[in-house]
Design a protein around this ligand. Structure first.
Ligand code: DSN
Length: 478
């Protein structure tokens, strides 16, 4: 394929859009410019390939396809069947999973599908069993009442939010926190690491139906073999949300005890983070849960998005190529170089470093909240996001942490030397920013002081750092 093909494809697409609503075409072009010019360190973002992006922009978007491959509620789904089956096959092969369900629209949706599958599989309820064998019309009012009571009385044990767990692992702002009686395990206050003995103790006391492993802000590997043993010891189903590190599993950086797929009963993920696919979700599971997982739509999900499933098939095919393992290893090498660069310059990092794709800086040492640090970095062309640290005194809104991740910059081709320069830029901004005050003179958790000339200088240095690694080099929209 000629490099020109990518340029022609995107230029032509914008020309067609511009003829209808030029402001949308302009915004799409501006987004590319912004992404090209900023140092993207958001741990959950990446840059999908042109092939993946293009697979989403077509008439598959117009097709309804509720149900699953070969068993649809709509006619004419033969082509959707082709791409859904391909995406599922690539996912099974890539991760060595018995079953893959590629319809979830997002990570939250994937988790809801998984929760439903586990509830349906595990909750002892005659009414639920009747509902499963499609005798819904035979259920009495009393059956429905009993069913709701039994479903609404189940327990989940997951990682606490401030230790790096995710909202969808049973926390109140998410529906999972309303569905489940939830308890969390944290990390050791001295090391910041998961203390598996404490997890086992919590599991023995709480006896969860579901033990959840996985995280969105924990900078270390997790031993999924031990978590599975804990789950088995209390009769829990073991679920892992690998949304953040799916790329590291796909690229065989996390193997053996650190690969969740052979250990968990059910694994959920997004497809757009370290895995570098389109925005979306996916569920992998052992055979006994497959039937329930496949009921995800219409049980939990709206109609599948065939254009996104097509893009998932493309991205998963890319991840099966040998060079993806090299990419995954470079993500971790870069995160470790970034962590070392920050530590050498005096930063305080949660757990003292990283062995995955992310680094969590405790910015309280600079006298800043996470919100102040996030905005000061943004002014300087460095895009990150604020995040709680364990036992965070500033709560989930202001926070005391900055989470940074390397999947996106690694995709652009930056390496460990450039990570050290990135650490220098972050260090410069954080040491030159001071906390601001409210109008009445009281300390503010949001306002900050940073010399705009310094911010501009850092932004120019960031652009210089990126210049040898253009984003989508074959695409010229001018
Ligand atoms: N929003 C994603 C993240 O940034 O981790 C997960 O919810």
């Amino acid at each position: 394929m000629s490099r020109n093909a990518e340029s022609t494809a995107f230029r032509s697409a914008l020309e067609v859009i511009r003829a209808v609503e030029p402001r949308v075409a302009d915004a799409i072009g501006a987004e590319l410019t912004d992404q090209r010019e900023s140092l993207k360190l958001i741990a959950s973002e990446n840059y999908a390939s042109p092939a993946t992006l293009l697979a989403m922009g077509n008439w598959f978007s117009d097709k309804y396809a509720e149900g699953t491959v070969g068993r649809r509620f709509y006619a004419g789904c033969q082509n959707v069947d082709t791409v859904e089956a391909l995406a599922a096959e690539h996912a099974r092969e890539l991760f060595g999973a018995a079953h893959a369900y590629v319809q979830p629209h997002s990570g939250i949706d994937a988790n809801l599908v998984a929760f439903w599958a586990v509830l349906a599989d595990r909750v002892e309820s005659p009414a639920l069993k009747k509902a499963q064998v499609r005798q819904v019309n035979d259920l009495t009012e009393a059956d429905w009442f009993a069913l709701r009571r039994e479903l609404g009385n189940q327990r989940m044990l997951g990682m606490s939010l401030d230790a790096g767990g995710h909202l969808t692992h049973g926390f109140r702002p998410n529906i999972s926190g309303k569905m489940f009686d939830q308890r969390s395990y944290g990390t050791d206050p001295a090391t910041g690491l998961i203390d598996y003995d404490r997890v086992a103790e919590a599991a023995r006391e709480f006896k969860p139906l579901i033990l959840v492993g996985g995280y969105s802000a924990y900078p270390r590997k997790v031993n999924f073999r031990i978590l599975r043993e804990i789950a088995d010891s209390v009769g829990a189903t073991f679920m892992v949300d690998m949304a953040h590190f799916a790329g590291l599993v796909a690229g065989k950086v996390f193997t053996g005890d650190f690969d969740p797929v052979p250990h968990a009963h059910i694994v959920t993920t997004t497809t757009h983070k370290s895995l570098r696919g389109p925005r979306g979700g996916m569920v992998l599971c052992q055979p006994e849960l497959a039937d329930q997982v496949d009921r995800g739509c219409p049980m939990v999900l709206g109609g599948p998005l065939p254009h996104v499933m097509a893009a998932k098939a493309v991205a998963l095919a890319e991840a099966r190529r040998p060079n993806f393992a090299d990419y995954a290893q470079r993500i971790v090498d870069n995160a470790q170089a970034l962590a070392e660069g920050l530590l050498r310059r005096g930063a305080k990092l949660v757990t003292g470093g990283t062995d995955n794709h992310l680094v969590l800086i405790d910015v309280s040492g600079y006298g800043l909240t996470g919100r102040q640090a996030e905005q000061a970095l943004l002014d300087s062309g460095i895009v990150t996001n604020r995040n709680s640290v364990p036992q965070d005194p500033n709560g989930a809104w202001y926070t005391s942490g900055i989470r940074i991740g390397t999947p996106a910059l690694t995709t652009r081709g930056l390496g460990t030397a450039e990570m050290d320069q990135t650490a220098e830029l972050i260090h410069t901004v954080l040491t030159q920013t001071t906390a601001g005050a409210n109008a009445d003179g009281t300390p503010s958790k949001a306002k900050y002081n940073l010399d705009p000339a310094l911010a501009d200088k850092v932004a120019r240095q960031a652009t210089d750092l990126l210049a040898p690694h253009p984003l989508y080099p074959a695409i010229d929209l001018a």
